[in-house]
Design a protein around this ligand. Structure first.
Ligand SMILES: Cc1cc2nc3c(=O)[nH]c(=O)nc-3n(C[C@H](O)[C@H](O)[C@H](O)COP(=O)(O)OP(=O)(O)OC[C@H]3O[C@@H](n4cnc5c(N)ncnc54)[C@H](O)[C@@H]3O)c2cc1C
Length: 376
């Protein structure tokens, strides 16, 4: 078995592990990283061609500085990799005043001085005719929101990590690790690495690497759907914003413009609890019909059957905030997972903050809201 000594070992090369590997390698750390599959792949949480990025963050204003840093780093990555990862199209948060989505978006915008506009339901229908909000709803429009390309982004981060000297081993699962004598030993089937620090970025598999540490994380099966648009130019990114719509019962529908694969729609949460290894990846016609019945209430002209459907996984904390913190009892081990279904947009900023944590041994101020202690 080969044996190596490095500054940092990373388990998982999805959005988070790729970002940490890239950011740590460009800081000059020696990095060895593993993935059980060949990323970007479609078994975890980072597939489906598109992800929303938005700035007036309804979940909590504390996310705004982190997403603003991410915008900067996504642009730097686009330049370094000479590829396009972001398409601006604006974002529309639709719901009733008094409900989380509208009030949270306005609160984040007000606290951070972000330019948003509030449209009446009639204005939403006039400007985005495919959407059909109730008369009691409003739409809060933010101009900076848009769409990121997750698979291309992971590929670009991995390329940049390699160029900066990181060694990335794919199709090579980590089967165990141990923290002792100021070092962390990490084992795959064919390799043993000794590192000063270890980052666990295994997404929906993370609990399988946490042994005795019983964290209240749950993996949720969610389905993304793509619908034919027959070239309807009202759904093009130049005129159709990403949107979230909170129905009166609290369920949340979201959608992304047609970038050549159709109109993408999904429900944010509402999926069944599962595990990454046992999840049912088939999407039945019964669940397609149930989703259609929900979505067609808010989106006009939706075909009955989608062109494509794909299962993806959220790793949720009980409060839906992230978990980004040092392991409480294993020195040198950092847990970088559980992004509760909304982490992709932040990946490079999380990667940067975690790289700073592993360099300094401390927890950067930006990550204070995501500490583990709140979950125990
Ligand atoms: C349908 C859907 C829509 C979403 N929409 C958005 C959105 O619009 N905007 C947004 O910001 N976020 C969104 N998210 C959330 C976002 O995509 C995730 O938070 C993010 O991609 C999580 O990345 P990750 O690296 O933690 O997990 P993953 O991508 O799952 O990566 C974990 C990696 O660890 C590897 N691994 C696991 N165990 C081992 C092991 N033992 N050894 C080696 N490797 C291992 C896996 O193979 C995998 O590659 C969405 C998520 C889903 C599922």
């Amino acid at each position: 078995m080969r044996d190596q000594q490095v500054d940092l070992a990373v388990v998982g090369l999805g959005a988070m592990g790729a970002a940490v590997s890239w950011q740590a390698a460009v800081r000059g750390l020696s990095v060895v990283a593993f993935d059980a599959f060949e990323p970007p792949h479609s078994r975890g949480s980072t597939h489906g061609h598109s992800r929303i990025i938005r700035e007036a963050y309804f979940e909590h204003p504390q996310y705004v500085p982190l997403v603003q840093r991410a915008y900067t780093l996504w642009a730097e990555l686009e330049t370094a990799a000479a590829t396009r990862l972001f398409q601006a199209c604006g974002g529309l948060m639709i719901g009733r005043p008094g409900h989380d989505l509208v009030d949270g978006t306005r609160r984040a915008a007000a606290e951070h001085g972000l330019p948003v506009q509030t449209w009446t339901a009639g204005e939403v229908r006039a400007r985005v005719p495919v959407l059909a909000p109730d008369p009691e709803m409003v739409g809060v429009f933010e101009p900076r929101a848009g769409v990121l390309a997750p698979e291309r982004a992971v590929g670009a981060m991995l390329d940049q990590a390699r160029r900066a000297g990181a060694q990335l081993f794919t199709n090579e699962a980590v089967v165990g690790w141990a923290s002792k004598d100021g070092q962390v030993e990490v084992r795959s089937g064919s390799r043993q690495v000794r590192a000063r620090r270890l980052v666990l970025a295994a997404g929906p598999w993370v609990t399988s690497l946490l042994g005795e540490l019983r964290l209240p994380l749950s993996v949720e099966r969610v389905v993304q759907y793509w619908y034919a648009t027959d070239g309807d130019d009202r759904l093009a990114p130049s005129v159709f914003p990403v949107f979230l719509l909170q129905a009166p019962d609290g369920r949340m529908l979201y959608g992304l413009p047609d970038q050549g694969r159709g109109l993408k729609l999904a429900e944010h949460h509402g999926g069944s609890t599962t595990t990454a290894d046992t999840v049912d990846r088939a999407v039945s016609t019964t669940e397609q019909s149930a989703f259609h019945a929900f979505a067609t209430r808010w989106v006009r002209g939706l075909a009955v059957a989608p062109m494509e459907a794909a299962v993806c996984l959220y790793t949720n904390t009980p409060d839906s905030d992230f978990l980004l913190d040092w392991h409480p009892s294993a020195p040198g081990v950092f847990i970088c997972s559980a992004c509760s279904g909304h982490g992709f947009k932040f990946a490079p900023a999380i990667g940067e903050a975690v790289a700073s944590a592993v360099s300094s041994g401390a927890l950067p101020h930006d990550l204070a809201p995501f500490r583990l202690a709140r979950l125990r």
